[in-house]
Design a protein around this ligand. Structure first.
Ligand code: FAD
Ligand code: MLT
Ligand code: ZN
Length: 467
């Protein structure tokens, strides 16, 4: 029998495990854990519990499992699909105190870190050895490695190094009932049974709580060059990308449009990138030990479709170009609470989708503002719609159905969370969903881990009240 989620005895038990200072119940201290980054999802937690290590995570989960109390794992709370905040009455399990950084294994080019370590901290830790993590994203100062594994985060370097799952060599994780599984051998080859490590990557806190992660590291290239190219639109950008992708040094190919760049300039106070405004911009970055600038210039020399170009090699100049791209998320959120979609399309369908998504949203929500940007090289567009109230799901339905019709995926990198749970059926068959549900049931038979995430909760869209 499930316990009343708001009853006191469990909270007292949790105090016994992690100490009074790390069980938060006062709304003034829990508030920041109860609202997501976009401000679209907000609900009260039963309490926020902040364990210090794997043993405490295990004891917390065992206690919650015993009484059937639902748990929402939370890292940096930068997730964009509502999966890291409560739906109402759950225990929020904050992993940020698990931020230990172990010594870098230079021979294996690996490092093991606590789930709560931020991407920026881990990158700084391994940089001394000339190493880096293959995944990078704008939320680097707050996003945790555990959260990035749980969402199989993508970001700006997937083209070259793949998503988070590809960087993970091993994990330690706590199952719903408090038992600990450990795969931290660091072995390149290990075919002993099911790949639990790969399974946990992208499981969004629904199968286990990740506590330690062993990462494969990549060498830091000697030279980086970024170029911002002004173009007419996505079709031209794709033609240019089809040439650029042959460069082994190509690490990023990002697209943005004039309206988004304008928003970033207004929000951050920075000047426009060029004297004139252009319909769209392609931001590329190459990185190698031998300076890739000349090869990049040669590859671009055949085309007359680039109206203007800005090239940057030193760090400050590159960051200046990247700022136009990386500030999109916060500039959009400064205008209002957006409906965010993170979709992939086959590259051949991208241009048609771009046209159609604008016209379909205009029809479904007249007056709405549609800001697009994204990881062009991965076929991954971020569609942001400002205007419709957070609880109105009309545009969500329109956009996600359009993605499915074009043979795309409703989540490229952010995950399903609660935001897209009710649309999972669009791109995952019944058999597929049944297989996933069977895995979920096997690992979490009482369904305490992140209920409402990935699988819709019964009788509700995402199982959570939009704020
Ligand atoms: P949270 O938001 O705390 O949690 C995310 C999910 O993981 C939740 O379902 C949560 O329950 C689960 N979880 C967290 N920690 C654990 C754990 N230890 N064990 C089990 N489950 C856990 N994402 C991209 O993929 N690419 C981008 O380019 C990108 N850019 C971003 C830019 C900005 C400005 C922002 C705000 C976000 C961006 N994101 C991006 C989204 C976000 O940063 C990623 O999803 C990130 O991986 C979330 O990490 P987190 O620690 O904040 O996790
Ligand atoms: C990005 O690529 O900047 C992100 O995934 C964040 C977003 O979609 O806003
Ligand atoms: Zn992204």
């Amino acid at each position: 029998v499930a316990a009343d989620p708001f009853s006191a005895p469990l909270t007292e038990k949790l105090v016994g495990i992690v100490g009074e200072a790390h069980v938060l119940t006062d709304p003034s201290t829990t508030a920041a854990y109860e609202i997501d980054w976009t401000r679209r999802w907000r609900a009260r937690a039963r309490c926020v519990v902040r364990p210090a290590d794997t043993g405490e995570v295990a004891a917390v989960l065992a206690a919650c499992h015993k009484v059937g109390a639902p748990v929402v794992p939370q890292g940096g709370n930068t997730g964009l699909v509502g999966g890291s905040v409560p739906r109402g009455g759950e225990v929020v399990l904050s992993l940020t105190r698990l931020n230990n950084l172990e010594p870098v294994d230079e021979v294996a080019a690996q490092v093991t870190v606590g789930a709560g370590a931020t991407l920026a901290h881990v990158r700084a830790h391994v940089a001394a050895q000339g190493l880096d993590i293959g995944v990078d994203l704008a939320a680097r100062d707050s996003a945790t490695i555990g959260g990035m594994v749980a969402t199989n985060a993508g970001g700006i370097r997937v083209l070259r190094h793949g998503p988070m799952r590809r960087q993970v060599v091993g994990v330690e994780a706590v199952l719903a009932d408090g038992r600990v599984v450990q795969r931290l051998g660091g072995l390149t080859k290990d075919n002993t049974g099911y790949d639990l490590v790969g399974l946990l990557a992208g499981s969004e806190g629904t199968l286990a709580v990740v506590t330690r992660i062993q990462l494969a590291l990549v060498p830091v290239p000697r030279v980086r060059v970024a170029a911002l190219l002004a173009v007419d639109g996505i079709e031209t950008a794709l033609v240019i990308f089809s040439r650029l992708r042959r460069l082994p040094s190509l690490e990023a190919a990002e697209i943005m449009w004039a309206d988004g760049v304008g928003l970033v300039c207004r929000h951050t106070g920075r000047p426009p990138p060029f004297a004139e405004s252009y319909p769209a911009y392609l931001l590329i970055e190459c990185a190698a030990d031998d300076d890739p600038t000349e090869m990049l210039a040669t590859t671009l020399s055949w085309t007359h479709a680039v109206h203007d170009t800005a090239v940057a090699t030193d760090r400050q100049d590159r960051e200046r170009l990247w700022a136009y791209r990386e500030h999109h998320t916060e500039a959009i959120s400064a205008v209002g609470v957006p409906h965010k979609f993170d979709v992939t399309l086959p590259l051949g369908a991208l241009a048609a989708f771009e046209q159609e998504v604008r016209s379909h949203v205009a029809k479904a929500a007249p007056g709405a503002q549609v800001i697009l940007f994204g990881h062009l090289g991965d076929g991954n567009l971020h569609v942001n719609v400002l205007g419709p109230p957070p609880e109105d799901e009309t545009v969500d339905d329109v956009v996600l159905r359009l993605v499915a019709r074009h043979g795309g995926s409703i989540s490229a990198e952010h995950g399903i969370g609660v935001a897209k749970a009710q649309w999972l059926h669009l791109t995952r068959s019944e058999a597929d969903r049944a297989a996933m549900a069977a895995i979920k049931h096997a690992l979490d038979p009482r369904g305490i881990l992140n209920p409402g995430v990935i699988f819709p909760s019964r009788g509700a869209g995402g199982g959570q009240q939009p704020s």
